[in-house]
Design a protein around this ligand. Structure first.
Ligand code: ADP
Ligand code: MG
Length: 246
């Protein structure tokens, strides 16, 4: 469902990704782990083109762009590829002046031209899924962090993307509130939602991911099943990194 090949991303002269190859199978969960600054967020942002790579090919769902052939793809091509994924950020980033259901419905109305009624009905269904339908008319500021993140997940799923991208979805939350978000992510995973998630929560990665990818200095050092990465990693840097879990 996701296929990245040869992804190079530089900020000025500083390389953040140095030729990343990554595949994510339909219906599977991939966790990106690695030290701070290793390129996890940049990699996620290259999947939905919030960052545009200088080289490589990005394919998500039915859309692909090769930056080797087309260094400056059209806005339309970027928009089409971007619509294949929904993104959840560490800091929730709900629209503060819209209530919960408006937050979820917004892109359906403004981007996909749904009527407000259709969009809100669909959004209420999604809010039920994340256990937030009872707060549909509430303002984001009146919600806990865990509740805001659950709304952000519903919003990311609103336009039925092929892939859910999550950047440290539980990092801003106390353990108790993180647990309710993990619960929702686990349920989505069980339903077959394809996910690519950066997380520093190795326990979350160990329990939810089919594939774990260890990133360091903009390069994938090692990837494999959670079982492999957490119990018998081959690369010494992976060994050192995951030993913090034990
Ligand atoms: P992680 O999410 O693993 O902590 P990031 O993807 O945020 O890592 O960062 C990878 C590298 O790219 C870091 O060296 C970071 O400083 C750099 N970087 C990320 N975003 C930018 C940016 N917008 N401008 C300049 N440098 C950036
Ligand atoms: Mg990050």
């Amino acid at each position: 469902m996701i296929c990245l090949s040869g992804i190079v991303k530089r900020f000025g002269d500083a390389p953040a990704l140095k030729g990343v190859e990554l595949s994510v199978a339909e219906g599977s969960v991939t966790a990106l782990i690695g030290p701070s600054g290793s390129g996890k967020s940049t990699l996620l942002r290259c999947v939905n083109l919030l960052e545009v790579p200088q080289q490589g090919r990005v394919q998500v769902g039915d859309e692909a762009i090769s930056f080797d052939d087309t260094p400056r793809p059209s806005r339309e091509a970027i928009r089409r590829l971007r619509r294949q994924s929904g993104m959840v950020f560490q800091s929730f980033q709900l629209f503060p002046h819209q209530n919960v259901v408006q937050n979820v419905a917004e892109s359906l109305v403004t981007v996909l031209d749904w009527t407000r009624e259709e969009a809100e009905a669909h959004s209420l269904d999604l809010l039920k899924k994340v256990g937030m339908a009872h707060k549909a008319r509430e303002w984001p500021a009146n919600l806990s962090g865990g509740q805001q993140q659950r709304v952000a997940i519903a919003r990311a799923l609103a336009a039925s993307p092929k892939v859910l991208l999550c950047d440290e979805p539980t990092s801003a939350l106390d353990p108790e509130l993180a647990a309710e978000v993990v619960d929702v992510l686990r349920r989505l995973a069980a339903e077959g939602t394809t996910m690519l998630m950066a997380t520093h929560d190795l326990r979350l990665a160990a329990t939810i991911a089919h594939q774990v990818v260890f990133l360091e200095d903009g390069e994938i050092r090692e990837s494999g099943s959670a079982q492999h990465i957490f119990t018998q990693p081959k690369h010494p840097r992976t060994q050192a990194f995951v030993s913090t879990l034990r």
